[in-house]
Design a protein around this ligand. Structure first.
Ligand SMILES: [Zn+2]
Length: 323
């Protein structure tokens, strides 16, 4: 039961009920609801500034994770950079050096991208710096890999060339060691077997019985196989390319024809004593760019250290040549 209030009406001399107006009640109530609503709204608004919603919490967590992963990726890039730097170093100081190519300077390997700002669309975010830095590093790594790959292509080509050169140049002994009776004479000042005068002996003499096989010392083309050169008797000349020519003289007979292609180790003739020769032997010469050079420097591939030393000892004796 609600309280009923009365008042004393002096005009009628009686107590009368106080009647509240309905409209007023409605007004009070509306005001109360409005005030509550404003208060509630303010409360939620202020609270939301300090208290995170579960959704916000989730997003924040995700962002932190992304940032962490990005930092991890940067660490992996550190390792990749180190490995690549190592490869570049070996490339410059071993491979390129070995194949006589100029090293690629660091500035060229690590050259950046000039001109426009490639990362403009990545600017303006909280983590822009980290993202731009990561992009830059990856772009640079990519570029370094391209430079490295091109360098290796070049090395491969040079290696193929070098292999050709290595099979071409005269690099074995033209007569088998087992067939040698003795190494008669080397390159240098020797006594002429006929005049007994001291004079330059331009090749190496290998003493072996008549008919002993003579081998081509490198791949090449036969440019002469005849006895038309004074003193050499039956002789063969092979052009190996790269400026190298080998000459085999005093043959008993030759086994090849002019313009014939030969491989290292092919039998091109047999030991004899034709031409200006005192006894059966092979007189062997090597030309480089039309200059005669000491054949002794060309056997590294085929002789053991001991065999080479023996050859060296014999070849340096200032004895009489067989010419
Ligand atoms: Zn000789």
């Amino acid at each position: 039961m609600s309280k009923v209030k009365y008042y004393y009406d002096s005009d009628t001399l009686s107590y009368r009920k106080i009647e509240r107006k309905k409209t007023r009640t409605v007004k009070y109530m509306s005001l109360f609801i409005l005030a509550s609503a404003i208060f509630a709204f303010l409360f939620v608004f202020i609270a939301s500034q300090y208290i995170e919603s579960p959704r916000e919490k989730g997003l924040k967590h995700e962002l932190q994770n992304a940032q962490f992963q990005l930092e991890l990726l940067n660490k992996k890039m550190d390792e990749t950079e180190t490995v690549l730097a190592n490869i570049a170093d070996r490339d410059n100081n071993i491979y390129r050096l070995y194949f006589e190519a100029n090293p690629i300077p660091d500035e060229q390997r690590k050259a950046g991208f000039g001109g426009i700002n490639r990362y403009k669309n990545l600017e303006g975010f909280d983590n822009s710096k980290l993202i731009i830095q990561s992009h830059k590093r990856l772009d640079q790594l990519q570029k370094q890999l391209v430079v490295q790959s091109k360098s290796l292509d070049e090395i491969t080509k040079l290696a193929e060339e070098k292999e050709k050169l290595l099979t071409a140049i005269p690099a074995i002994q033209p007569v088998n060691n087992e067939d040698l009776t003795r190494m008669a004479s080397g390159y240098g000042i020797r006594t002429d077997p006929f005049t007994k005068a001291r004079k330059m002996h331009w090749g190496m003499d290998f003493t072996a019985p008549r008919g002993t096989p003579i081998y081509a010392t490198g791949d090449g083309v036969v440019i002469r196989a005849d006895n038309g050169s004074a003193g050499y008797g039956n002789h063969v000349r092979i052009d190996h390319g790269y400026g190298y020519i080998s000459l085999y003289a005093h043959m008993y007979k030759y086994n090849v024809k002019k313009n014939q292609r030969v491989k290292r180790g092919d039998i091109i003739g047999f030991v004899g004593s034709t031409g200006r020769s005192e006894a059966p032997h092979l007189h062997y010469e090597i030309f480089k760019d039309e200059q005669r050079i000491n054949p002794l420097n060309f056997y590294y591939g085929s002789l053991s250290a001991e065999e080479f030393n023996k050859l060296l000892e014999h070849a340096s004796l200032e004895n009489q040549s067989l010419d």
